[in-house]
Structure formats: C-alpha cells, structure tokens
Design a protein around this ligand. Structure first.
Ligand code: FNR
Length: 369
C-alpha cells in the first residue's frame, strides 16, 4: 500500500488543472508585490475582464461523423513547420516567479516543441536563453529611447539564432495602475535587466547611466524602416487592435502582426483582443501571418482564436503561473494541458487539421440568443 501511495504521489500533477485554481495557488505563493504585478490590469480592470468575457461570447459549433483519426495541429510559421499553433508569450523578469526564470520556461517549451518568446526585459540574457534552447526562439523588442541600444539588441538576437522579432508597440507610455504610483516597481524592475545593464557581457552600448528601459514615446511608423534595415529576421508588430494599424504595419514592411492588448494591461476600456481579431485578420488578408494573445486560458480558446483568423496564439499568464508553482515542470504541465485540450477540441469539432479551422466553426453566441 505504501508503495502504491508513493506511486500515486509521483504521478500527481504539479499544478492544478482548473485555471482559476492555478491562478489562486500561484498568486498565493508569490510575494505580494510580484503577485499584484502579474495579475495587474490597467485602471479598473475592465479590459482585463472583457478579454475573457468576449471569448465566452463565441461558441464552437461542432461537426460530427468526419474521419478525424489522423489529426494535425501543425502550422507553418517563421519559415518552419511548428508542431502546434501555440507559443509562449514574452513576459519580463521571470526570476520574480521562480529562481530558474526564463531558463525553466524555455526548457519546458523545448520539451514540447513550442516556441518561446524572450522579453527585452528578461532576467536571463538573449545569449543564455539561446544556449539553453536549440529549437524555436523569438525575441520581443522594446525600442528604448537610445537607438544604438535597440539595434544592439536586434543584432544580438540575430547572432544568437533567434527566428523572429516581436516589436511591442502598445507600451510607449506607462499604464495607469496602482503600481505606477508605488516604489515596489523599482524592486521588480531590477529583475528585468539581464540584456541591458552595464554588466551584461554582450551589451556593447557603453552609456548605461540612463534608464536602460526608458520608453521612446516619439516612436512612429517612419522609424520602422531603420529597424528592418538592422536585421534580416522577420518583424511582427505586437499590440495591434485597430485594422488600420494592421494595414499600416504591412505597408511599412512588417512581416506579421500580433493582435494583443497586453493582457488588458495598457488601456482600460479598450477593445477586447478577441473582438479585434477578425477585423484585423480581414484587414491584412490571408497572406499576412496574424498571431493572437490576451485571454487564452485553454485549448478551446486557442481554437476560437484560430477560427477567427489567427495563425497561432500565445499563452501568457497561464504558463507563468505554472512556472511560479513548479518551475520547468509547471510550465510543461500547463502548456501540455492546453495542447491536449486543443487536440481534443479539434477532433471533437470534426477537423483533422487545425489548418482547416475557419469561421464556419464558430458563431457569435450573443447574436443567436
Ligand atoms: C507581460 N507582457 C509582456 N509583453 C511584452 O511584449 N513584453 C514584456 O516584457 C511583457 N511582460 C509581461 C509581464 C507580465 C507579468 C504579464 C502578465 C504580461 C504581455 C504578454 O506578452 C501577453 O501579451 C499577455 O500576457 C497576454 O495576456 P494574458 O493571456 O496573460 O491575459
């Protein structure tokens, strides 16, 4: 009996299955400053809530009796065929959540064949993360107010073998939230400077006396050509919700867009990301890759986003909560569960390939009463 109990113990999963429970346990484990930072949304939190509420509005309409015995979740992206349409979103300063930080996340991503996006504001450097992973990596770029620093980051990511750049453009001005007013922000910030501090070995930019993550509030469409000239990697704009901005992105040489409102963390009262998605997808057409995040909590959500025009989706807070609770194992389990649910939903909805899932798979539930 004792042996069986030990077996059951080791078989037990490290993280809760249920998302609300996952969040509750993770937030309980964190020091209060980190917990409120990760859960934070802008202002009253209305957009954070809308990201979920508007997901629930869309309903999948399963088809039956279609041979789904040989299913594929594979998608072509960043000149590779990926095993699934899931990626891990860039989230800064991950040693705040677990001592292994981004290294744990990227190891779990490698185990699962899922691309990992490293934030500019990371706890481990571009090079350290590249050494840990040998498959698919994206680098998320914040344009700092110093152009040389920005170009240096791009060059380092390309040299280290990253597959693409996510240029985050919904972050130019600090959001309005309680921690905007709080000194704890400064402590949190210290865990986010592996790429930019003066002692970062690969940082060739000597003047690091200024705030290395200072935002460039003047950044505009005209500045993008300098970035496309500085790298041969594809650049996707992250933080697009307006269809006109998606069109401008393509016009200015961007290779794709990420529909996102930063998890509801920037403009309170702004459109839910899932509501913006079909409009952006229509604006750029089928040839331009459209990625999505903000509100994905499980495989059914990923399915809905893909039906509404996304080529792939990023998982944000859920994997971070896995990281908080159980490091690499926690990230692995959370992502594995989302992938397993996605495979199940694809099959149960009557598709043998995620590539065939389109808008005929879902309806706006609010319009059919
Ligand atoms: C983020 N996000 C983010 N985005 C980015 O481009 N660079 C970054 O450094 C960060 N950092 C970050 C920290 C924390 C704590 C959170 C929660 C989010 C945004 C992230 O990439 C993604 O857009 C959101 O997490 C998606 O929303 P959900 O699904 O987490 O609600």
């Amino acid at each position: 009996l004792e042996r069986r109990l030990r077996e059951i113990e080791t078989e037990r999963t490290a993280v809760p299955f249920d998302y609300d429970e996952l969040e509750r346990v993770a937030l309980e484990r964190l020091p209060s400053a980190s917990a409120s930072y990760v859960a934070a949304t802008a202002g009253t939190g209305e957009t954070g809530r809308a990201n979920r509420r508007e997901f629930d509005r869309w309903r999948i309409v399963p088809r039956v009796l279609r041979d789904v015995s040989d299913r594929s979740l594979g998608v072509d992206l960043f000149e590779k065929t990926l095993r699934s349409p899931l990626l891990l979103a860039p989230i800064g300063g991950q040693t705040k959540y677990h001592e292994d930080g981004e290294l744990a996340s990227v190891r779990a991503a490698t185990e699962l064949g899922v691309p990992f996006a490293l934030s500019t504001a990371s706890s481990y450097s571009i090079e350290d993360v590249a050494e840990t992973d040998d498959s698919n990596l994206l680098f998320q770029l914040y344009c700092t107010s110093d152009f040389d620093t920005t170009v240096n980051l791009l060059e380092r990511a390309e040299r280290a073998g990253y597959d693409g750049i996510l240029l985050t453009v919904d972050f130019q001005v600090p959001r309005w939230s309680p921690e905007t007013l709080s000194r704890t922000n400064d402590q949190l910030y210290a865990s986010s400077l592996a790429n930019l501090s003066a002692d970062s070995p690969a940082n060739s930019v000597s003047d690091t006396t200024a705030d290395p993550l200072a935002r460039d509030e003047s950044l505009s469409w005209e500045d993008l050509s300098a970035l496309t000239e500085a790298t041969t990697l594809p650049i996707y704009l992250k933080g697009i919700t307006h269809p006109e901005d998606a069109r401008l992105a393509v016009e200015h040489g961007m290779d794709g867009v990420v529909v996102s409102n930063h998890g509801g963390r920037q403009v309170d009262g702004s459109i839910a990301a899932i509501t913006a998605l079909p409009h952006v997808a229509d604006a750029v057409g089928a040839d331009v890759p459209v990625l999505f995040d903000s509100g994905v909590r499980g495989g059914a959500d990923a399915f809905k986003a893909i039906a509404l025009g996304a080529d792939a989706v990023f998982l944000g807070r859920p994997y971070l909560y896995g990281l908080t609770i159980a490091g690499q194992r926690g990230v692995y389990e959370v992502v594995h569960n989302v992938l397993a649910e996605l495979d199940s939903v694809v099959g149960l909805s009557g598709y043998d390939s995620i590539a065939n899932v389109d808008r005929s798979a879902i309806v706006d539930g609010s319009s059919i009463g």
